[in-house]
Design a protein around this ligand. Sequence first.
Ligand code: FES
Length: 122
Amino acid sequence: MAEDFDPIYQEYVLDLYRHPHNQGVISEPDFKGEEFNPSCGDKITLMLKINERVIVDAKHSGQGCAISQAGVSLLTDYLTGKSLVELQQFSAEAMIALLNIPISHTRYKCATLGWVALQKAL
Ligand code: FES
């Protein structure tokens, strides 16, 4: 899982995995998207609450590996306060940059699971 990156970053990712940010459910979300990784069975549901075209709350539920869970934690931190216009420019590469660790080809799907859920939500 996390054997191919720096131990300092590994600890950072594992900490987010153990203590995820913004985990939970938004009742009556304005946007909701799910993404499933068929190779491992992991699934993320992303929910957004919008007020005047700005994200005022972002939450996630589901399960996944350390990288996918750390990624969606950082994603929900990033999303809160962003406008819907800003989100249109948020790419998969920007999602990986949030993690700030080297992502191998085999971990690309893990790192972008939350981002794909976001694309489905919008
Ligand atoms: Fe399932 Fe990473 S191993 S998303």
